[in-house]
Design a protein around this ligand. Structure first.
Ligand SMILES: *Cc1c(COP(=O)(O)O)cnc(C)c1O
Length: 366
C-alpha cells in the first residue's frame, strides 16, 4: 500500500467545481490583489474565529512580523518563543530587529512550558509568542496570567491550529493578536502562499493594514513607509470556498487521530495527549519512538511516507549556533527531537490506510 504524507489532490477533487468557479470569477473580474474577494474572506474568517478584525497578508511568516511591528516591537526588544516550532516563529522575531528568547517545551504537550518562562523574562522582554503546535492549543490561561503580571503582549502563532479551541474559544482570539498561515498543507490552505493577522484591537488591525500595503489606507496617502505583503484575490477566493469545509475536515482529522491512537497500542510508542480544556485539530500526528531513524526508513520502504516536525529544535539550528546552546539548555526539546516522527495525516485518509500504518509500526517495534 502507498500512503503519502499528505494528499492535497484528494481534497481539491472533492471541491473542484466550486474552487474552479471561484478562480474563474477572479479572472473574469480581473481581480488579482485585494478587492472584494479579500474583504469577503477577511470578514468570513473573522466571523469563523469570533474576532473583531482580520487582515490578509502574503504568508504566515509576514503575519508574525507584521503583528510584532504593529505593537512597536523591534530593535532592543526580546520576544519569548518555544524551542520547538517551524523557523518562522523565531525568524520573524529577528526580522523585526528583536531577539527571540527560547523556552523549553512541555514534556507531555510539546507546546511552550509555562513553568520555564518567568526565568527568561528581562527588562527587555516585550511579548510572549506561544505556538499552538501540531494543532494543540498552548496553556493559554497561565500564559495570559504571566503576561499580565509582567505587562507583556501575547501573540498567538496559529499557523498549525485553524479551528482549534481552548476552553471552548477558538485560538486566535485569546491573546492580543494572532497570526495564521494558509500555506497549502495547513489545515486551511490556499493554492499558494497566504496568511492573516487577527485581533480585537481596531488600532492594531489598521496599523497592520498600513504596514502590509506601503503605509496607505487610501491610495497615495502614505502615512508610513510600510511594505508589500498583500493577499492575492485568487487565494482569498479559494480560501472562502475551503473555509466552509474546515470544521468538517478538522472533525475528520480528529477521527483519524483517534483511530491512530487506538491502533498504536504498544508501550514503545508515545501518542499525543489532549488536555480536557482543549480541542486539538491534528495538523500533525506526532508520535515518539526510540529508534526513530531506522523506523522511518522501514516505513518508507513499505510505502508509508513519514516526516519529522522537527528533527532539530530551533536553538540548535545554524542561525543560533553562535549563541552556543547545548542540549542541557533545552533538555525536553532536545530529547523529543531525537524520537519524534510525524505520520500521514489529512482528512481524506481512510481507516484501512491508518490501520496499515499502525500495524506496520507495531510489527517493527516489537
Ligand atoms: C507554517 C508556519 C509558519 C509560517 O507560515 P508561512 O505561510 O509558511 O510563512 C509560522 N509558524 C508556524 C508554527 C508554522 O507552522
Amino acid at each position: 500500500m502507498n500512503i503519502p504524507f499528505i494528499d492535497l489532490k484528494k481534497q481539491y477533487n472533492s471541491i473542484k467545481n466550486e474552487v474552479d468557479e471561484a478562480i474563474v470569477r477572479c479572472l473574469d473580474n480581473s481581480s488579482f490583489v485585494g478587492g472584494q474577494p479579500v474583504r469577503q474572506f477577511e470578514d468570513e474568517f473573522a466571523q469563523f474565529l469570533g474576532v473583531g478584525h482580520c487582515v490578509g497578508c502574503a504568508n504566515g511568516t509576514d503575519a508574525i512580523e507584521l503583528a510584532l511591528q504593529s505593537m512597536g516591537i523591534g530593535a532592543n526588544d526580546e520576544v519569548i518563543v518555544p524551542a520547538l516550532s517551524w523557523i518562522s516563529t523565531s525568524g520573524a522575531v529577528s526580522s523585526t530587529g528583536a531577539v527571540p528568547v527560547f523556552v523549553d517545551i512541555h514534556p507531555e504537550y510539546y507546546t511552550i512550558d509555562v513553568e520555564k518562562i518567568e526565568e527568561k523574562i528581562t527588562s527587555r522582554t516585550k511579548a510572549i509568542m506561544p505556538v499552538h503546535l501540531y494543532g494543540l492549543p498552548a496553556n493559554m490561561d497561565d500564559i495570559l496570567l504571566l503576561a499580565k503580571r509582567f505587562d507583556l503582549k501575547v501573540i498567538e502563532d496559529c499557523a498549525q491550529a485553524h479551528g482549534a479551541e481552548y476552553r471552548a474559544r477558538k485560538v486566535g482570539t485569546l491573546g492580543d493578536i494572532a497570526t495564521f498561515s494558509f500555506y497549502p498543507g495547513k489545515n486551511l490552505g490556499a493554492f499558494g502562499d497566504a496568511g492573516a493577522v487577527v485581533t480585537n484591537n481596531r488600532e492594531l488591525a489598521e496599523r497592520i493594514r498600513m504596514l502590509a500595503n506601503h503605509g496607505q489606507l487610501k491610495k497615495h496617502d502614505h502615512l508610513i513607509e510600510g511594505r508589500n505583503s498583500r493577499l492575492d484575490s485568487v487565494q482569498a477566493a479559494i480560501l472562502s470556498v475551503k473555509l466552509k469545509y474546515l470544521n468538517k475536515w478538522n472533525e475528520q482529522r480528529v477521527n483519524n487521530a483517534e483511530i491512530y491512537m487506538k491502533g498504536l497500542k504498544s508501550s514503545n510508542v508515545i501518542t499525543p495527549v489532549v488536555p480536557d480544556e482543549s480541542k486539538h485539530v491534528f495538523h500533525v500526528l506526532s508520535i515518539q519512538v526510540n529508534n526513530r531513524n531506522s523506523i522511518m526508513k522501514i516505513l518508507k520502504n513499505k510505502g508509508i511516507e513519514v516526516s519529522s516536525h522537527y528533527p532539530i529544535a530551533l536553538p540548535f539550528l545554524k542561525p543560533y549556533e553562535n549563541i552556543g546552546f547545548t542540549s542541557d539548555n533545552f533538555p525536553v526539546a532536545y530529547e523529543f527531537t531525537q524520537k519524534q516522527m510525524s505520520l500521514p495525516m489529512y482528512p481524506e485518509l481512510s481507516e484501512n490506510e491508518i490501520g496499515y500504518v499502525c500495524d506496520t509500526i507495531e510489527k517493527e517495534i516489537q
